[in-house]
Each structure stands twice: as C-alpha cells, then as structure tokens.
Design a protein around this ligand. Sequence first.
Ligand SMILES: [Zn+2]
Length: 69
Amino acid sequence: MNTKAKIKLRECLCGCGGRTKGGRFLPGHDAKLKKALVADARAGKKRAVNKLEKLGWSKFLHPRAELAP
Ligand SMILES: [Zn+2]
C-alpha cells in the first residue's frame, strides 16, 4: 500500500528557489537574507523593513550593542 507523504516541501524564503524540509530557510540562508535585509533597511528601504518585521527580525535593526556611549 502506498502512503502519501504529508511532508510539504517549502520554498526557501531567501528567494534562492531551493526547497526546505519544512523550515522557512535552507541552512545558512536565513543569516544571508537577514544581513541583506538589515543593510537595505538601514539604507532606507521600507520594503526591507517590512520584511524584517514580517519575519520577526525587526530586533536586528536595533541591536543594543551598537548604542555605545
Ligand atoms: Zn535560500
């Protein structure tokens, strides 16, 4: 008997077109996208800011470590 695999392959959210095994990103791709989005957001790109918020990464825009006196 055949049993249908219920594992949904999801597309990596970084836009590389790769398929993950259920996660949002392929290994390492989240860090790559995060870095690019933070750079874009700091350059004033509203779209990057929105995407960071959507992914729950807006905190990376305001790292407290950079608020040195
Ligand atoms: Zn990717």
